[in-house]
Design a binder for this molecule. Structure first.
Ligand code: HEC
Ligand code: HEC
Length: 328
């Protein structure tokens, strides 16, 4: 009987006593008999490890290591080019409505500041005359005829004065933007027959457009009225303010465009093999309608500066003339 009394005590009191410990705070570490790899030896970033000859704990991956999911074998998709390095003709992604809308979102974030909402090249950066190289309109024939891979490459690699947007825009979104640029091009080049198929009031649209044109014309004329002086030094300022110097040098070096040193009075060979003398008329035409005569060996990438006033254009001509030994 005596024994069972102690047993009773043990059975009732011990669990109570143990339960009483729950929730208490301890300063010492909990007993952790089986480590189960819960704590392991390891190295902090940049820590020393004498095991290796160079003492670096951080090891370089073996040459040629490619992270999972980073094998970019599909050249058409990742680079927009075929095996022979030519640009792919068509977007290598299935086109859906939501994909094109995604492209619209991304276009409006990344491209409108320069290329404008409709892709006409009149984004806010251009409109404010910050001296940035003008962005071309996507609606000119040359760009309508370019392949999809060409536009993709402009986003991925940049083109001439336009920087690359590869770090900001994912591969998929780049293609979505290409799709949207194509949609914009289509929207600006619809034939009348095609419009007729939809319920569009063409006359009203045309009237609106004519009104807008007239307003712009009036604005231009008003600006032309306060036409200023024509001097070479003003021409230099105009050239700097309009970004001409990002493509043209005055020291004989070749940038995107031909140098202006000794341009005036020299003989120019054009891309069709013919030659012209660079007189004042030629310079003027080169500024307001650069694609009329394209110099051999250069891309037809200069946009028309027909919005400059007459005195600005003539000042530019005077400036270019002043850079030439051929000037009288
Ligand atoms: C900061 C202004 C700026 C932004 C933003 C910009 N571009 Fe451009 N883009 C330019 C300029 C300037 C050029 C002309 C460069 C040259 O000719 O030196 C150009 C040229 C291009 C061309 C080549 C046109 C040709 O003449 O062959 C394409 C295509 C193009 N941009 C597409 C895009 C797309 C798509 C985006 C949005 C992802 C974009 N750009 C964003 C300024 C910009
Ligand atoms: C995006 C680069 C670019 C910008 C910006 C640019 N140009 Fe050009 N320019 C060219 C290229 C490329 C050519 C040669 C192809 C051609 O004739 O269209 C050229 C040709 C010319 C020529 C004829 C040159 C020759 O050797 O016969 C003149 C003049 C000229 N540009 C003036 C200007 C002026 C003035 C500005 C600024 C208001 C300007 N350009 C801005 C690229 C540019």
């Amino acid at each position: 009987m005596k024994v069972s009394k102690y047993l009773l005590l043990a059975v009732i009191v011990l669990p109570l006593a143990l339960a009483g410990c729950r929730g208490e705070k301890f300063d010492s570490q909990p007993v952790h008999p089986n480590m189960n790899m819960d704590q392991q030896e390891r190295f902090e970033p940049q820590e020393k490890n004498e095991f290796f000859a160079d003492n670096r704990a951080m090891r370089k991956p073996v040459d040629g290591t490619i992270a999972r999911g980073d094998l970019k074998e599909d050249k058409a998709y990742y680079q927009g080019i075929n095996e022979d390095s030519s640009f792919v003709e068509e977007i290598p992604v299935d086109l859906t409505k939501s994909f094109i809308y995604r492209g619209k979102d991304q276009y409006e974030i990344y491209c409108t500041p320069c290329h404008g909402n409709t892709g006409d090249g009149n984004g806010i950066v251009m409109a404010n005359n910050y001296g940035y190289v003008p962005a071309p309109s996507f609606h000119i024939e040359r760009l309508q005829n370019q392949s999809d891979g060409y536009i993709y490459s402009a986003i991925a690699n940049g083109i001439r004065n336009m920087p690359s947007y590869a770090t900001q825009i994912s591969v998929k979104d780049r293609w979505a933007i290409v799709a949207y640029v194509r949609a914009l091009q289509k929207s600006q080049n619809v034939s009348e027959d095609e419009i007729q198929q939809y319920d569009v009031d063409l006359t009203a649209l045309q009237e609106d457009y004519q009104e807008k044109l007239a307003a712009e014309q009036a604005k231009k004329e008003a600006e032309a009225d306060d036409d200023g002086e024509v001097t070479a030094s003003r021409g230099q300022t105009v050239a700097q303010n309009n970004g001409c110097m990002t493509c043209h040098s005055t020291d004989g070096s070749k940038l995107v465009g031909p140098t202006w040193q000794n341009l005036y009075g020299s003989e120019r060979t054009l891309d069709d093999g013919s030659t012209v003398t660079a007189d004042e008329d030629y310079l003027r035409e080169s500024i307001v309608d650069p694609s009329a005569k394209v110099v051999e060996g250069f891309p037809p990438s200069m946009v028309p500066y027909d919005y400059l006033s007459d005195s600005e254009i003539n000042s530019l001509v005077a400036y270019i003339k002043s850079l030439s030994e051929n000037a009288e």
